[in-house]
Design a protein around this ligand. Structure first.
Ligand SMILES: Nc1ncnc2c1ncn2[C@@H]1O[C@H](COP(=O)(O)OP(=O)(O)OP(=O)(O)O)[C@@H](O)[C@H]1O
Ligand SMILES: [Mg+2]
Length: 258
């Protein structure tokens, strides 16, 4: 299977800090790929490069085998790469529908002319469709985000990422369960499994190895900016992944069939 995303030799410095030191990452179509590593390992930096927020100092990125230079999040979005950041970036004072259409509001049309009036009923209907398609249970989509639980917020953020004019190729989730309790975590993990059955490819950052082992197909570990391993979840153990995270053990890159 050819990877949809292929990163090779990615380097990123911040002043004197080497955040990424020749990191390789392949993402296969339809997989849930977990990116793990301790604080400061470079996980967020890597996904910010993949989403066009940062430009790498060296290295190559290919999408469907084509060399690309990402220059902005808008450009990566056009290629179907969507990111849900840890803070979710929802507007607390807005309801779920308004958050779903933030920056992509639907307006009333008069013939071929777009009027400066929001088409609330269309957005409402489309929002219900999106939530239903991904089986996100939001009891009242007109309720302000402020009053929603962590799991519901994550659901709205996922819905927003999927509410795209471009077919989604890759959904990147930074710590999707970090702020959640046990029950909400299991709902979000169910949601990730469901998205996978819908053909959505997912790259998920997580500190929680329980969650990583519950949903991922493969795991890539970073240690202070260096790649240490890419393994199949079914063929490894938590202990082994911990040893890759702390750098007690590393794979030889040439031994890995990305
Ligand atoms: N904008 C920045 N300016 C300066 N240094 C940065 C910047 N972003 C990241 N770094 C540094 O790069 C390194 C990697 O940071 P990064 O945020 O990618 O780690 P992480 O793996 O996401 O960690 P965490 O699990 O804590 O979120 C760290 O040493 C961090 O301090
Ligand atoms: Mg981070």
């Amino acid at each position: 299977m050819d990877p949809i995303i292929s990163m090779r030799g990615i380097v990123k410095h911040f002043g004197g800090v080497t955040a990424l030191d020749h990191v390789d990452l392949d993402i296969l179509p339809g997989e849930v790929h977990a990116l793990v590593g301790d604080n400061g390992a470079g996980k967020s930096t890597l996904i910010k490069i993949l989403s066009g927020v940062y430009t790498p100092d060296a290295g190559e990125i290919r999408v469907d085998g084509q060399l690309v230079k990402f220059s902005s999040p808008r450009q990566t979005r056009r290629l179907g790469i969507e990111v849900i950041y840890q803070d979710l970036a929802l507007v607390e004072d807005f309801d779920a529908v308004s958050n779903l259409f933030l920056g992509k509001e639907r307006r009333i049309m008069l013939g071929s002319q777009t009027l400066p009036i929001l088409n609330q009923s269309l957005m409402y209907r489309q929002a219900l469709q999106i939530f239903e398609r991904v089986r996100i249970k939001i009891p009242n989509v007109r309720q302000r985000i402020f009053y929603m639980s962590g799991g519901q917020r994550q659901g709205v953020a996922i819905g927003r990422a999927l509410n795209s004019d471009n077919p989604i190729r890759l959904l990147i989730m930074d710590e999707p369960t970090a702020a959640l309790g046990v029950e909400e975590t299991s709902k979000v993990l169910d949601l990730i499994r469901h998205l996978k059955t819908q053909g959505v490819t997912i790259l998920m950052i997580s500190h929680n190895l329980e969650d990583v082992f519950a949903v991922s197909d493969r795991i890539t570990a970073l240690k202070t900016g260096r790649w240490t391993a890419t393994v199949r979840t079914a063929e490894t153990t938590k202990e082994e992944v911990v040893s890759y995270i702390v750098g007690a053990k590393t794979q030889r890159p040439e031994s890995v069939n990305f």
